[in-house]
Design a protein around this ligand. Structure first.
Ligand SMILES: Nc1ncnc2c1ncn2[C@@H]1O[C@H](COP(=O)(O)OP(=O)(O)OP(=O)(O)O)[C@@H](O)[C@H]1O
Ligand SMILES: [Mg+2]
Length: 158
């Protein structure tokens, strides 16, 4: 499958998308999130985290903490590259440890640190298409199992 496009009409649909995503991502998955301020990156992470048994209020856009670990029934690692100065500073945070772990790792502002990310990952681009409308474009990169997107479609429709 090429890009999978999901148009969320409102926040509740973004939340459903996040739950569906959590169901299809295998342990050790890395998700790169790109989109402007307020696009909905953190909202999507919140929904994934909730589906993994994490209290969604624990999930915020990190201000000073650039990496947050949430322990649900599956670990969720939330990285945010917005405030990192450059790629070196990001690498110094030790992201490999998370990429290689068994949790789901989601990286906000992934475009800022693209060379530091694993090649095999799910890339998500979010566009603001209306006050409450958001367009999510999903793309499988590298050797990530491409059937993830087919299963994501199945989960959303179920
Ligand atoms: N369909 C939607 N999906 C997600 N968020 C939505 C939607 N409609 C409206 N919103 C609003 O858009 C904002 C998204 O905020 P969020 O913190 O998720 O953005 P972000 O991409 O993480 O931004 P930042 O780059 O500042 O971290 C929230 O205020 C939310 O209420
Ligand atoms: Mg955010």
């Amino acid at each position: 499958m090429d890009d999978f496009i999901f148009n969320a009409a409102d926040e509740s649909q973004t939340a459903r998308l996040g739950v569906a995503l959590a169901r299809v991502l295998p342990p050790g998955s890395v998700v790169s999130l790109c989109g402007t301020l307020g696009a909905g990156k953190t909202r999507l992470v919140q929904a994934v985290a909730r589906a993994c048994g994490v209290e969604p209020r624990a999930v915020t856009s990190p201000t000073f903490v650039l990496i947050q670990e949430y322990q649900g029934h599956r670990p969720v690692y939330h990285l945010d590259a917005y405030r990192v100065r450059d790629e070196d500073e990001f690498d110094e945070l030790g992201p490999e440890e998370y990429f290689e772990g068994d949790g789901i790792t989601l990286v906000e502002w992934a475009d800022r640190v693209e060379p530091c990310l694993p090649r095999d990952r799910l890339d998500v681009r979010i566009e603001v298409t209306g006050t409450d409308a958001r367009r999510f474009a999903f793309r499988v990169l590298g050797n990530l199992d491409p059937t993830i997107l087919d299963r994501l479609v199945g989960e959303i429709r179920s």
